[in-house]
Design a protein around this ligand. Structure first.
Ligand code: ZN
Length: 232
């Protein structure tokens, strides 16, 4: 999969190449505009803060993926790369051994990282919450976005992190394939719910529709020799 990406390496974390997909550069101004007009309305430097929040969000996504990769590496799994896409991040790694304990640790590390980042920004925000200022809003929104990312990824919707966590619990009681099968069914139910919500709240719900499609095709994305971790 990595080879078909038109992406370039921007740096390394724990020796893992962090790649940026070319489409990311195309959507960055769009994100900057969206965040600027949504969250920094009336600000003199609307574009700048919008851009900083967009970059902050993707830094958060990178740290989330790095957390998965770090724990995987600690468990002897080879990591090929982390790629940042407009819709999130993907960690390309060797197939994870069918050991629920190892997969649980890897799957939970990402959301925990996002929740930690979110909490740190919100803690930094609290002393200034009564004051006005763009950077104070920045602290609040960085906190909120990362917290939401962490919690959203805990939804038991395979192949999202929560779905993988669900599979580890199922896999303690049944064969791995069967556990995957049930986790995929639950994932599909979530995909259908998100699709309906996305249509109901269109155009605001467009993100939910995109996520629903990814959840639905998630099952066939898994390659024979490779496992991918998503953050959507
Ligand atoms: Zn994740």
């Amino acid at each position: 999969m990595a080879k078909s990406y038109s992406s370039f390496t921007i740096g390394r974390i724990f020796g893992i190449p962090i790649k940026l997909h070319i489409t990311f550069l195309l959507v960055l101004p769009f994100f900057a505009y969206l965040f600027g007009t949504f969250y920094f309305e009336g600000s003199e430097h609307l574009w700048l803060w919008g851009l900083l929040l967009a970059l902050g969000l993707f830094a958060g996504v990178t740290l989330h993926e790095s957390a998965h990769s770090y724990v995987a590496m600690k468990n002897g799994i080879k990591i090929e790369s982390i790629t940042l896409l407009p819709i999130g991040g993907v960690s390309q790694m060797e197939d994870i051994p069918e050991d629920p304990r190892i997969e649980l640790r890897i799957a939970i590390a990402g959301p925990l990282m996002s929740i930690l980042i979110g909490a740190l920004f919100l803690i930094a925000y609290v002393p200034f919450m009564k004051l006005e200022g763009d950077w104070i809003k920045f602290l609040l929104f960085m906190g909120a976005i990362n917290l939401v990312l962490g919690i959203f990824n805990l939804l038991p919707a395979f192949p999202m992190d929560g779905g993988r966590i669900l599979r580890t619990f199922l896999a303690r009681r049944m064969k791995y394939d069967v556990a995957t099968h049930y986790a995929v069914i639950v994932g599909h139910i979530f995909a259908i719910i998100m699709l309906f919500l996305g249509i109901r709240f269109f155009p605001g719900g467009i993100m939910l529709i995109i996520i629903a499609m990814f959840l639905y095709i998630g099952r066939i994305r898994k390659k024979k020799d490779k496992q991918e971790y998503f953050l959507l």
